[in-house]
Design a protein around this ligand. Structure first.
Ligand code: NAP
Length: 246
């Protein structure tokens, strides 16, 4: 998939799915802005992505903070003069039983997973031209329930609604907005969140009999970010090895 000389921002890109997406976009020819909470993490990821002909920029940004998001977009424009692709990947999934869930637990998840996508998309859209793409990383938790993740499931359901409504509004500007809904993917975040037993049970339930890799998700994102997806908008593409088929 060729995305030569396009400029892409990936949030939450120092590791896991975000890093996989950043690597795949760079491989497809994009210049990539690597963004995450800490500058050192961004710098390290940018070094991994760097290759001949590909420029990278590392910008620390908490997606839940408007001033930091505005800084991310303005630094991107200053460096590259354009923004073609935004991947809203930053997300958190802390397991908490519903009975113990505090208001702060609830707010934090909505702020990062849902408000973060809103802030980044709104700031990006002001600078994007026709043909630009926004890809939101949702989750199969937007479609099926998971115990201990009520706040997370709600936030990702919100991401799907956000994707559809924004796609409708941005159709006039010819900006595509889609989402990818991963199943269980091997990432540092997932490893921390899952016990060995949960992992074994998960693999047993997946028809493909393995967890996904960040690159499994990245390939779907690269497709939706390319002009081969020009007539696709407002969709949620499930990439889960068949987990939600039964
Ligand atoms: P991960 O390994 O935890 O990586 C997520 C990255 O986002 C981390 O570097 C994290 O930084 C960063 N981050 C957290 N809060 C942020 C904020 N406020 N602003 C900017 N960056 C922030 O997670 P992952 O598994 O790759 O997940 C990436 C995305 O895929 C998330 O949206 C997640 O919901 C979604 N997803 C994952 C799975 C899965 O099985 N892995 C399944 C479905 C959907 P810190 O490490 O410093 O917190």
């Amino acid at each position: 998939m060729q995305l030569k000389n396009k400029v892409a921002i990936v949030t939450g890109a120092k590791q896991g799915i975000g890093l996989g997406i950043a690597l795949a976009l760079a491989k497809a020819g994009c210049h990539v802005v690597v963004s995450d909470l800490d500058q050192t993490g961004c710098d390290k990821a940018a070094t991994k992505i760097k290759k001949p002909g590909i420029k990278t920029l590392a910008v620390a940004c908490d997606v839940a903070k408007k001033s930091e998001v505005d800084n991310l977009i303005s630094k991107t424009l200053k460096e590259f003069g354009r923004l073609d692709i935004l991947v809203n990947n930053a997300g958190i999934f802390p397991f908490v039983p519903f009975a113990d869930m505090t208001e702060a637990d609830w707010d934090k998840v909505q702020e990062v997973n849902l408000k973060g996508a809103f802030l980044c998309a709104q700031a990006a859209v002001k600078k994007m031209k026709a043909g630009s793409k926004i890809v939101n990383i949702s989750s199969i938790a937007s479609l099926v329930g998971f115990e201990g993740l009520v706040h997370y499931c709600a936030s990702k359901g919100g991401v799907n609604g956000f994707t559809r409504a924004l796609a409708l509004e941005l159709a006039a500007k010819k900006i595509n907005v889609n989402a990818v809904a991963p199943g269980a993917i091997e990432t540092p975040g997932a490893t921390t969140a899952m016990t060995k037993e949960m992992r074994q049970g998960t693999i047993a339930a997946i028809p493909w009999k393995r967890m996904g890799t960040p690159d499994d998700i990245a390939q779907a994102v690269v497709f939706l970010a390319s002009n081969q997806a020009d007539y696709i908008t407002g969709q949620v593409l499930v990439v889960d090895g068949g987990w939600t088929l039964r």
